[in-house]
Design a protein around this ligand. Structure first.
Ligand code: AMP
Length: 299
């Protein structure tokens, strides 16, 4: 089954202690769509400007990502730049230039409206609503977010939480949203806002799922060297949704394994700048790491 993914489609300029790389293919939807594509068909909804390099369109196509929902609009592509500290965990946004995203209103092609799985990747909650408004009874909807929307569009986000099955956010966002330091209690509070599945990402320490009154802990794959973690969260949720869409049976029965696949795709993402390492990975390499992760956590 296909996954419809809406989010940012961006050019990212990234600076680490070791290197500085301009105008890479990035954006929450780009990372998520490539991650989902390892497991089945992904449909992209987004907008890019006339400056968007043709080689990036080719890269999407190489991953068989359906681009019918990607608009090329007059103007410049959304550009984000960020800088990491030496520890690679702390990141600072240097600039955000909205470009064609400033006036974007996603219009779904007819063929997308019955997609069973929907990933509302990080983008303004009003746009996430707009996509959901156009869908016909999706089977499973997950939303991701970022601190910016907690600070600037909280009402829209709270309304969105009533419309989704799953919600993914990082630990500092979970604390900010609930005013609760303890993540198990924060997850309980988030359930009360709507979603029956809550996933709290903890970066290099993995992710916690709260569902059906139980917790599950998915570790991150331990890497010896992180080159660039940009998009790891998007790759995690994209890989998870791609796996769920390709798996048989109810979502509840597949969710834990899906998170492990998400963790593994995110680990590849961290091994190169932007999407470089993810786009060089194969399904076989993903399976190999899933097996390693299984043996690393068996006791
Ligand atoms: P992550 O590292 O998973 O938090 O995601 C990083 C990605 O988010 C980058 O590829 C950026 O292009 C994208 N991004 C940064 N700021 C925004 C924003 N305000 N809205 C949507 N996407 C953004």
């Amino acid at each position: 089954m296909s996954v419809l993914i809406v989010g940012s489609t961006a050019l990212d300029s990234i600076k680490t202690a070791r290197a500085e790389v301009p105008r890479l293919l990035g954006g929450s939807a780009s990372h998520a769509a490539v991650a989902a594509s390892f497991f089945g068909p992904a449909r992209l909804v987004g907008v890019v400007g006339e400056d968007f390099p043709a080689r990036y369109l080719k890269l999407y196509r190489k991953h068989h990502i359906d681009l019918e929902g990607l608009r090329i609009a007059p103007g410049r592509t959304f550009h984000w730049s960020g800088e990491y500290e030496v520890n690679m965990n702390n990141r600072r946004t240097l600039a955000t230039e909205l470009g064609v995203f400033a006036t974007f209103s996603p219009q779904l092609p007819e063929s997308y409206r019955n997609s069973p799985f929907v990933l509302l990747a990080n983008i303004a909650p009003s746009l996430q609503h707009h996509v959901l408004d156009q869908m016909r009874r999706p089977k499973y909807v997950v939303a991701d977010t970022m601190d910016l929307w907690l600070n600037t569009a909280l009402d829209d986000l709270l309304r969105l939480l009533k419309r989704v099955d799953g919600f993914v956010l990082n630990e500092s966002e979970a604390r900010q949203l609930t005013g609760e330091e303890n993540l198990a209690r924060a997850a309980k509070k988030i359930h009360r806002l709507g979603p029956r599945h809550v996933i709290v990402k903890k970066g290099e320490h993995g992710a916690i799922l709260s569902a059906g009154g139980k917790l599950f802990v998915a570790p991150a794959y331990p890497l010896e060297r992180v080159v660039d973690p940009t998009g790891a969260g998007d790759s995690f949720v994209g890989g998870m949704m791609g796996y769920l869409a390709g798996a048989r049976g109810p979502v509840e029965g597949n969710l834990r394994r899906a998170m492990i696949y998400g963790s593994v795709v995110a680990s590849f993402c961290c091994e190169g700048f932007g999407l470089t390492a993810t786009t060089r990975t194969s399904r076989a390499a993903v399976e190999k790491r899933v097996k390693e992760l299984e043996s690393l956590t068996r006791f």
